[in-house]
Design a protein around this ligand. Structure first.
Ligand code: DAT
Ligand code: MG
Length: 151
């Protein structure tokens, strides 16, 4: 529905390369609504919850090292079909496979430095949003063009 939400994060390489603004711009421009945003240094505990399905993978230690190497910017975006559309906007996990025009396809070359995260399913999005944000830090707001101007 229109209130669907997903978690998007600019990973440490994206922050270091000053790509935060371009990532936000793409989601704003597409028509999604920003309802939560913060910058933080991720702990290994949070990361192992976030990537709980990947703990057994051979690349997991490198993934932890990368994701804790500097701050990330994590956001919640809301709108129609945002989970699936944001995956399309982000592009293939491996930048080698990512289409030009996607974030990974435009800004990255290697799977170990792929700039952004986006939740991969409705259930995943709900789980990740609860993991990264407190409910009070997600804001429900309306556009000024829908508000009364008569006051
Ligand atoms: P995605 O980030 O597209 O949802 P994922 O959930 O399968 O992909 O994996 C999470 C991250 O782990 C991914 O963004 C980069 C890293 N990763 C995945 N597969 C990898 C691989 N084969 N080698 C190195 N890193 C990998
Ligand atoms: Mg994933």
């Amino acid at each position: 529905g229109a209130k669907e939400r997903t978690l998007v994060a600019v990973k440490p390489d994206g922050v270091q390369r000053r790509l935060v603004g371009q990532v936000i711009q793409r989601f704003e421009q597409r028509g999604f609504k920003l309802v939560g945003l913060k910058m933080l240094q991720v702990s290994e505990d949070l990361l192992s919850e976030h990537y709980c399905q990947l703990r057994q993978k051979p690349f997991y230690p490198n993934l932890v090292h990368y994701m804790t190497s500097g701050p990330v910017v994590v956001m919640v975006w809301e709108g129609h079909n945002v989970v699936q559309t944001s995956r399309t906007m982000v592009g293939h996990t491996n930048p080698t496979e990512a289409q030009a025009g996607t974030i990974r396809g435009d800004f990255s070359v290697h799977v170990s430095r792929n700039v952004v995260h986006a939740s991969d399913s409705l259930e995943g999005a709900q789980r990740e949003i609860q993991l990264w944000f407190q409910a009070k830090d997600l804001l429900d707001w309306d556009c000024c063009d829908q508000a009364s101007t008569s006051e």
